[in-house]
Design a protein around this ligand. Structure first.
Ligand SMILES: [Zn+2]
Length: 266
């Protein structure tokens, strides 16, 4: 998925200017969107090509394979609910070690909102006097969850909420059902793809599909065979909606849904 478009434009502009701030705060959007945007930004920072990120140079390639040791992701440790002061102290010490192969070392703090005050104050020290070859990217649902002193040190990138209107969802739902009856299962999977990262949108899409099933079943136009299939799909979707709330793997959920629907058709 391509991260938030306006944020990308901002990142390109900043990187092109050659004046890369020492610290960024990416706020808004979903956790996945913030992480993707941060990865894109980190890649642009370490890129050695012309139009950054060029996707061609050594740094871009190792970033794409998730093996760039100069891009360091920091999150909560297993079983912990906060990012501790100890973790930030380790990060601070590490920040003074030169990058491995890139010009810069980038630290991405994935849940900056989970740093307690002590950890934030420890981070503040290094944000105030950062080593020249280091960039920090803090990710948070909102800047209001961070200390004002931290926020004031950061270049802020706000991810806009890309709202898919109910109308658009209805059209998507209709498209998916049409694809099913046209036996275009691969296209169905592709149509579900954008919803993998957004559970609430996926649930809305499923509910739209159910509404559509009901309206066709109630109308006199469809054959009994088609009505039967739609009522099976309606029932099956209840199960998927329940699964969404249970945090299941979304790509897996959509592919099993497509398989199941396909069995009804054939
Ligand atoms: Zn590159």
């Amino acid at each position: 998925m391509i991260p938030n478009n306006s944020a990308i434009q901002n990142i390109k502009r900043i990187v092109k200017s050659g004046r890369i701030p020492h610290s960024f705060l990416i706020e808004g959007g979903s956790f996945e969107e913030r992480t993707e945007t941060a990865t894109y930004l980190a890649k642009a920072i370490v890129c050695e090509g012309e139009d950054k990120p060029c996707n061609e140079c050594r740094q871009c390639k190792i970033t794409d394979s998730s093996s760039n040791v100069d891009i360091i992701f920091v999150g909560t440790e297993d079983g912990k609910k906060i990012i501790s002061v100890g973790q930030i102290r380790n990060l601070r010490a590490d920040a003074f070690i030169k990058p491995h192969s890139a010009q810069k070392k980038v630290y991405v703090i994935k849940n900056a909102e989970l740093m307690n005050e002590q950890a934030q104050n420890a981070l503040l020290k290094v944000l105030e006097e950062p080593p020249t070859s280091v960039v920090f990217i803090l990710l948070s649902p909102s800047r209001t969850l961070e200390l004002v002193t931290i926020v004031s040190r950061c270049c802020i990138l706000t991810l806009s909420q890309e709202i898919t209107s109910d109308k658009e969802l209805e059209e998507e739902a209709k498209k998916i059902i049409d694809l099913l009856f046209d036996n275009k299962y691969y296209d169905m999977l592709k149509a579900f793809k954008p919803y993998e990262k957004d559970r609430s949108k996926a649930e809305k899409l499923f509910r739209c599909m159910q509404e559509l099933c009901v309206s066709v079943i109630k109308s006199g136009n469809a054959s009994n065979h088609r009505k039967k299939i739609l009522s099976l799909i309606y029932e099956e979707i209840n199960y998927y909606i329940e699964l969404i709330s249970l945090n299941v793997n979304m790509p897996l959920l959509f592919s099993s849904a497509v398989c199941k629907f396909r069995n009804y058709i054939n």
